[in-house]
Design a protein around this ligand. Structure first.
Ligand SMILES: C[S@@+](CC[C@H](N)C(=O)[O-])C[C@H]1O[C@@H](n2cnc3c(N)ncnc32)[C@H](O)[C@@H]1O
Length: 446
């Protein structure tokens, strides 16, 4: 199989079979480890880029093709999409090569009779692409949808919730490239030595915003080639996620329950903050997910985290009134991380949005019961949807014996604002220098 065939396979798996793109790309690259670094980078870039810009690309294709993308054969649709991505967003491949490779691949996949169609559409696009009129700005929802490749349903929702300026900042930010962010472990490691060992491997390290133990890494091939990672001295984690442990502010010896813990980022972080004391019980829904937490515990050599496979929606009577801190880092729509996982935006619907809120409230209901009197509950999501965030906070405070806890004493000064005094923080991509993320802190009153 050549590179373009692998790209086609990945796009079909994501768009036709609903597989998550990051997982399919990782599996294909692992299976084809022999591929040179440059080809691996090409596959990743074209797949991620094609998915990220799919709405814009389809708009261009539909402008030039009589057969609209939703009526095309899936193989042809994906060949055309990935080719338009290369024509519009990449300089490294000459236009003629993009067209020739697409025609060859269509033939190889048995679409001999569609060769002229593929050739004609792509060569026209290569010539006339810049002349395609986008929807007028007066039609704001469609204009932003095509310009930033975002489903109109989401653009409309954010325009309603955040207004034009913030929505456009977020849309632009989702399309920017992001470096890997890591948490440099503070417990049992020396940060300077860790950073030095990373630099010695020829990897670029720069400080990430807000926390002095957060860093950006770039210029490496695979995380598993970084010695500091293999030794558990760094964890891949966005700064927004690191803030959960800051907000939780555990004391040495606390009993902590993390109800939705896989792959274990926040569990390991709060465990480190307790410097080997206390205990974190890290739970997740399936054995597979619990295995991911276990892998991270072993890699970090952490002794104060134990795992358990458990459904957070099912009441666990034995855990009632038992925890100093409960972390509810619940499953969510994931809009805050669309920049990293672009296929999220194509999978959402208004009804899925309602279902997720019901699940979150069920988990919150159970979580509330596990907190000791005077103990802490930290609720978090990686989304920017108000119904999953602010509205869940209001619902929780109205129905449970908890009070909101101000966050200002736990957060970096730059993040303190009106809402952090009321017990919650909404981070917005493009406004803050993190993923979109939400954190709320509550204290049990009685
Ligand atoms: C946002 S992720 C958690 C990330 C994790 N806290 C970390 O920091 O690495 C949400 C997790 O919830 C888990 N989950 C989904 N439904 C669940 C349920 N009913 N019970 C427990 N965990 C669940 C998912 O498997 C997923 O791992």
């Amino acid at each position: 199989m050549n590179t373009r065939e692998l790209i086609l396979g990945i796009l079909l798996a994501v768009n036709e079979e609903g597989e998550p793109s990051h997982r399919v790309i990782r599996e294909v690259l692992t299976k084809h480890q022999f591929l040179p670094k440059q080809e691996r980078a090409f596959i990743t870039r074209v797949c991620e880029g094609t998915l990220e810009y799919q709405i814009t690309i389809d708009y261009i294709l539909n402008h030039f093709s009589k057969v609209k993308t939703d009526k095309m054969k899936p193989v042809i649709r994906e060949i055309l999409r990935s080719s338009v991505y290369q024509l519009k967003y990449m300089d490294s491949v000459p236009d003629s090569a993009v067209c020739n490779e697409a025609v060859k691949l269509a033939q190889k996949k048995g679409f001999y009779n569609l060769k002229p169609f593929v050739n004609g559409v792509l060569r026209t696009i290569a010539r006339e692409m810049e002349e395609v009129p986008y929807p007028e700005r007066s039609d704001l929802e469609n204009h932003l949808s095509v310009k930033y490749s975002m489903p109109p349903f989401l653009v409309q929702k954010w325009l309603r919730e955040y207004g034009e300026e913030i929505t456009e900042k977020m849309l632009a930010d989702f399309l920017t490239e992001r470096p890997t962010t890591v948490r440099c472990r503070q417990y049992l490691t020396n940060q300077e030595e860790t950073l030095e060992s990373i630099r010695e491997q020829g990897i670029q390290v720069s400080p990430a915003p807000y926390l002095d133990y957060a860093f950006y890494l770039s210029g490496y091939n695979h995380i598993l080639t970084i010695q500091a990672f293999l030794e558990g001295k760094i964890q891949v984690q966005d700064v927004s996620s690191m803030l959960v442990a800051e907000v939780a502010a555990p004391k040495k010896g606390d009993q902590i329950l993390d109800l939705c813990a896989a792959p274990g980022g926040k569990s390991l972080h709060v465990a480190d903050k307790m410097a080997g004391f206390g205990m974190v019980e890290a739970r997740d829904l399936t054995e597979y997910k619990v295995g991911l937490i276990q892998e991270n515990i072993v890699r970090a050599g952490t002794i104060n985290v134990q795992t358990r496979c458990m459904d957070a929606t099912v009441l666990d009577i034995d855990s009632e009134d038992s925890a100093d801190i409960v972390l509810a880092d619940v499953p969510c729509s994931g809009y805050g991380v669309i920049g990293k996982k672009p296929d999220i935006k194509y999978k959402v619907t208004p009804s899925k949005q309602e279902e997720i809120v019901i699940l979150q409230r069920k988990i919150l209901d159970r979580a509330a019961r596990y907190v000791k009197r005077g103990g802490t509950l930290v609720y978090s999501t990686c989304t920017i949807a108000k119904e999953e965030n602010q509205e869940n906070v209001s619902w929780f405070l109205e129905n449970y014996p908890f009070e909101a806890v101000e966050l200002d004493s736990c957060l970096p000064q730059e993040l303190c604002c009106e809402t952090t005094k009321l017990g919650y923080l909404q981070l917005l991509p493009g406004v803050h220098k993190t993923d979109g993320f939400f954190i709320a802190k509550f204290k049990r009153k009685r």
